[in-house]
Design a protein around this ligand. Structure first.
Ligand code: NAD
Ligand code: FE2
Length: 388
């Protein structure tokens, strides 16, 4: 008799709509999905001013929506941005929220949808399952591929000067997600590389998570990597390649679905202090730490890395250790070819800051517990040194 399947649960947004050019028709689409008509769009100034929203705004107006655009989201948004967004939404009487942008805009949209109707203080929401009550209807439209935030129940806020904290709750899953890869055509090569590697890290860390790893997340991981591994470099070098952009956007969403249910580990735990102290983009910080952490985890995670080698390289008769090493090498080569910076020293990180980064990484207990190998402060310092 076998042990059977360990209990697990698996949650997701209400529905996903994959539709090239769908943002141009969003008014018609939303009017079929919802009866609410006072819409708060949450985005950043660049996307607003670049005209990326123009067709969507025209479509919304034509379909009877009253729209207020909050465009003050910044990368790694602080609490003040969220509160300004909620204030604007309340003043407009918003009864529907649409996140339009990268992870930063979508994260703010999620919590704004909660705080528009909720009475809780923001400070009481940090952690897992602290949100009580509901929210207004929520739609997410990602423009990077990506954080997968459109598929997750997590918001990350910058608290204080340098720390990032998470809020996790089922209310943060969107009702509807629109994946329109046309929106990602304008993403510059470096951002395509960094956000794409972030998405691949989500898939890999979900697959090796010590807690809540489950068969459905594994399915999503495999398909996410199958889509992204051959397309990341193409999306960077041929920005208008529709097939590559579509594969990356869907792959990033599937990776988000995987890690929403099987959480990420040490790559993210070590990446967050780099973002906090040096204001480096989230995807880049993950790319910088991935190689060292993969090698560090190897002795425990080799069987899982070998399985992923089959996905990205095809099946082979090689032994398990050789396959696991081939997977790590594949990811290193991919990052080299993507054009993303590869060492901390190339990103203005100073050597004397490494002990401080290691101390800060220890605060990410929510993530560190998921890593297949325990990470002490001394280990974290060694990993930063290796990445330096
Ligand atoms: N909630 C989650 O599950 C989750 C997961 C991972 C990361 N995050 C968070 O997401 C944030 C990072 O998100 P991100 O990496 O998507 O970046 P971002 O949202 O911070 O955007 C980065 C930049 O890219 C620009 N941009 C976005 N789409 C573009 C496009 N199509 N064309 C041209 N420029 C475009 C934006 O204007 C912005 O200047 C961080 O705050 C991170 O903590 C959240
Ligand atoms: Fe991430």
């Amino acid at each position: 008799m076998t042990d059977g399947i360990a209990s697990f649960s698996f949650d997701s947004p209400g529905s996903i709509f994959v539709d090239w050019g769908g943002a141009r028709r969003i008014g018609e689409t939303l009017s079929g999905w919802f009866s609410e008509r006072t819409l708060l769009i949450v985005t950043d100034r660049f996307l607003h001013e670049s005209g990326a929203l123009d067709d969507a705004l025209a479509s919304l107006a034509a379909n009877g929506f009253s729209v207020t655009v909050f465009d003050q989201v910044v990368a790694d948004p602080p609490e003040s941005v969220l509160m300004a967004c909620v204030g604007q939404g309340k003043a407009a009487g918003a009864d529907l929220v649409l996140g339009f942008g990268g992870g930063s805009s979508m994260d703010i949209a999620k919590l704004a949808a909660v705080l528009l109707v909720g009475a809780q203080e923001l400070s009481d929401l940090y952690g897992i399952g602290k949100i009580s009550g509901g929210r207004v209807p929520l739609v997410q439209v990602p423009t990077t591929a990506g954080t997968g935030s459109e598929m997750t129940n997590i918001t990350i806020l910058t608290t204080g000067e340098t720390t990032k904290m998470g809020i996790v709750g089922h209310q943060l899953y969107a009702d509807r997600v629109l994946l329109d890869a046309e929106l990602t055509l304008g993403l510059p090569a470096l951002q395509t590389a960094a956000t794409g590697i972030d998405a691949m890290v989500h898939a890999i860390e979900a697959f090796t998570s010590r807690h809540r790893k489950n068969p459905l997340s594994d399915v999503f991981t495999r398909e996410a990597l199958r889509l992204m591994a051959p397309n990341l470099v193409t999306a960077c070098t041929e920005p208008d390649n529709r097939a590559a952009r579509e594969a990356m956007l869907l792959g990033a969403a599937l990776a988000g679905q995987a890690f929403a249910n099987s959480p990420v580990g040490a790559v993210h735990a070590l990446a967050y202090p780099l973002g906090g102290h040096f204001h480096l983009p989230h995807g880049l910080t993950n790319a910088l730490m991935l190689g060292p952490v993969l090698r560090y985890n190897m002795h425990a995670a080799a069987p899982l890395y070998a399985e992923l080698a089959d996905v990205v390289l095809g099946a082979s008769e090689e032994g398990l250790q050789a396959r696991a090493a081939a997977f790590v090498q594949f990811m290193e080569d991919l990052m080299d070819r993507s054009g993303a910076p590869r060492r901390l020293r190339d990103c203005k990180v100073t050597e004397d800051s490494l002990p401080m980064l290691a101390r800060d990484a220890m605060l990410q207990t929510r993530l560190l517990v998921n890593n297949p190998v325990e990470v002490t402060e001394a280990d974290a310092l060694a990993l930063y040194r290796e990445a330096f």
